[in-house]
Design a protein around this ligand. Structure first.
Ligand code: 5GP
Length: 128
Protein backbone atom coordinates (compact mmCIF):
# COMPACT_ATOMS: atom_id res chain seq x y z
CA UNK A 1 0.00 0.00 0.00
CA UNK A 2 1.69 3.27 -1.08
CA UNK A 3 2.24 5.94 1.57
CA UNK A 4 2.21 9.72 1.29
CA UNK A 5 5.76 10.26 2.53
CA UNK A 6 4.57 13.25 4.58
CA UNK A 7 3.26 13.77 8.11
CA UNK A 8 4.12 12.03 11.37
CA UNK A 9 6.90 9.43 11.50
CA UNK A 10 5.63 6.01 12.56
CA UNK A 11 8.25 4.33 14.80
CA UNK A 12 6.53 0.97 14.18
CA UNK A 13 7.35 0.94 10.44
CA UNK A 14 9.30 -2.10 9.27
CA UNK A 15 12.61 -0.27 8.67
CA UNK A 16 12.47 1.31 12.14
CA UNK A 17 12.14 -2.25 13.48
CA UNK A 18 15.10 -3.37 11.35
CA UNK A 19 17.17 -0.41 12.63
CA UNK A 20 16.38 -1.36 16.24
CA UNK A 21 17.15 -5.00 15.51
CA UNK A 22 13.57 -6.00 16.42
CA UNK A 23 13.28 -7.92 13.15
CA UNK A 24 16.14 -9.56 11.24
CA UNK A 25 17.75 -8.31 8.04
CA UNK A 26 20.78 -9.27 5.97
CA UNK A 27 23.02 -6.33 6.80
CA UNK A 28 25.77 -5.40 4.35
CA UNK A 29 27.02 -2.09 5.82
CA UNK A 30 26.58 0.11 8.86
CA UNK A 31 28.13 3.33 10.11
CA UNK A 32 27.14 6.33 12.24
CA UNK A 33 24.71 7.63 9.61
CA UNK A 34 23.29 4.70 7.70
CA UNK A 35 22.39 1.05 7.62
CA UNK A 36 22.35 -1.03 4.43
CA UNK A 37 20.67 -4.42 4.06
CA UNK A 38 19.44 -6.70 1.31
CA UNK A 39 15.93 -6.11 -0.01
CA UNK A 40 13.61 -8.98 0.91
CA UNK A 41 12.20 -9.05 -2.65
CA UNK A 42 15.15 -8.26 -4.93
CA UNK A 43 14.44 -6.65 -8.32
CA UNK A 44 18.02 -7.06 -9.61
CA UNK A 45 20.92 -9.48 -8.96
CA UNK A 46 22.05 -7.05 -6.27
CA UNK A 47 19.33 -5.02 -4.54
CA UNK A 48 20.32 -3.30 -1.33
CA UNK A 49 18.39 -0.73 0.68
CA UNK A 50 20.26 2.09 2.40
CA UNK A 51 18.46 3.92 5.18
CA UNK A 52 19.47 6.80 7.43
CA UNK A 53 19.68 6.18 11.17
CA UNK A 54 17.42 9.17 11.86
CA UNK A 55 13.61 9.08 11.81
CA UNK A 56 12.64 10.51 8.41
CA UNK A 57 9.60 9.40 6.43
CA UNK A 58 10.76 10.17 2.91
CA UNK A 59 13.25 12.05 0.76
CA UNK A 60 11.07 15.15 1.18
CA UNK A 61 11.20 14.82 4.97
CA UNK A 62 14.94 14.00 5.01
CA UNK A 63 16.00 16.91 2.82
CA UNK A 64 13.76 19.33 4.75
CA UNK A 65 14.72 18.32 8.29
CA UNK A 66 18.00 16.39 8.44
CA UNK A 67 21.20 18.21 9.33
CA UNK A 68 23.88 18.80 6.71
CA UNK A 69 26.02 16.22 8.54
CA UNK A 70 23.25 13.61 8.35
CA UNK A 71 22.66 14.24 4.65
CA UNK A 72 26.36 14.16 3.80
CA UNK A 73 26.96 11.12 6.01
CA UNK A 74 24.03 9.27 4.46
CA UNK A 75 24.95 9.87 0.82
CA UNK A 76 28.61 9.10 1.50
CA UNK A 77 27.43 5.80 2.97
CA UNK A 78 25.46 5.05 -0.23
CA UNK A 79 28.66 5.54 -2.23
CA UNK A 80 30.66 3.40 0.20
CA UNK A 81 28.15 0.54 0.00
CA UNK A 82 28.30 0.58 -3.80
CA UNK A 83 32.10 0.59 -3.68
CA UNK A 84 32.29 -2.21 -1.12
CA UNK A 85 29.92 -4.31 -3.22
CA UNK A 86 32.27 -3.71 -6.20
CA UNK A 87 29.51 -2.07 -8.24
CA UNK A 88 31.40 1.01 -9.39
CA UNK A 89 32.63 -0.79 -12.49
CA UNK A 90 30.45 -1.67 -14.46
CA UNK A 91 27.98 0.55 -12.63
CA UNK A 92 24.83 0.67 -10.58
CA UNK A 93 21.54 2.51 -10.14
CA UNK A 94 20.21 4.42 -7.14
CA UNK A 95 16.48 5.04 -6.83
CA UNK A 96 14.17 6.61 -4.28
CA UNK A 97 10.39 6.40 -4.26
CA UNK A 98 8.73 9.37 -2.59
CA UNK A 99 4.99 9.28 -2.01
CA UNK A 100 2.02 7.71 -3.72
CA UNK A 101 2.83 8.34 -7.40
CA UNK A 102 6.24 6.73 -6.93
CA UNK A 103 4.75 3.77 -5.03
CA UNK A 104 6.66 4.33 -1.79
CA UNK A 105 5.60 1.56 0.58
CA UNK A 106 7.79 1.90 3.64
CA UNK A 107 7.56 5.24 5.50
CA UNK A 108 11.23 5.44 6.49
CA UNK A 109 13.41 7.20 3.89
CA UNK A 110 15.49 4.76 1.86
CA UNK A 111 17.37 4.47 -1.37
CA UNK A 112 17.41 1.35 -3.48
CA UNK A 113 20.84 0.36 -4.79
CA UNK A 114 20.64 -1.93 -7.82
CA UNK A 115 23.47 -3.68 -9.65
CA UNK A 116 25.02 -6.94 -10.65
CA UNK A 117 23.84 -6.86 -14.27
CA UNK A 118 22.46 -4.61 -16.98
CA UNK A 119 19.53 -2.76 -15.42
CA UNK A 120 17.48 -1.95 -18.50
CA UNK A 121 15.73 1.34 -19.23
CA UNK A 122 15.58 3.95 -16.51
CA UNK A 123 11.83 4.02 -16.07
CA UNK A 124 8.72 2.06 -16.89
CA UNK A 125 5.35 3.75 -16.62
CA UNK A 126 2.45 1.30 -16.53
CA UNK A 127 -0.50 2.01 -18.78
CA UNK A 128 1.53 3.94 -21.38
P1 5GP B 1 9.53 1.34 -1.55
O1 5GP B 1 8.41 0.88 -2.42
O2 5GP B 1 9.03 1.90 -0.26
O3 5GP B 1 10.47 2.26 -2.26
O4 5GP B 1 10.39 0.06 -1.25
C1 5GP B 1 10.24 -0.72 -0.13
C2 5GP B 1 11.16 -1.92 -0.28
O5 5GP B 1 11.28 -2.54 0.98
C3 5GP B 1 10.64 -2.98 -1.25
O6 5GP B 1 11.60 -3.19 -2.28
C4 5GP B 1 10.45 -4.21 -0.36
O7 5GP B 1 10.79 -5.42 -1.00
C5 5GP B 1 11.36 -3.93 0.81
N1 5GP B 1 10.91 -4.52 2.07
C6 5GP B 1 9.66 -4.45 2.60
N2 5GP B 1 9.64 -5.10 3.78
C7 5GP B 1 10.90 -5.55 4.00
C8 5GP B 1 11.48 -6.29 5.08
O8 5GP B 1 10.85 -6.66 6.06
N3 5GP B 1 12.81 -6.58 4.96
C9 5GP B 1 13.56 -6.18 3.89
N4 5GP B 1 14.85 -6.53 3.87
N5 5GP B 1 13.02 -5.50 2.86
C10 5GP B 1 11.71 -5.18 2.92
Amino acid sequence: MPVKGLGEYDPQNVFAKILRGDIPSKRVYEDEWALAFQDINPQAPIHVLVIPKGAYISLADFTAKATDAEIAGFYRAVGKVAKELELEDPGYRVLTNMGVHAGQEVPHFHVHLFGGGYLGPMLQISGR
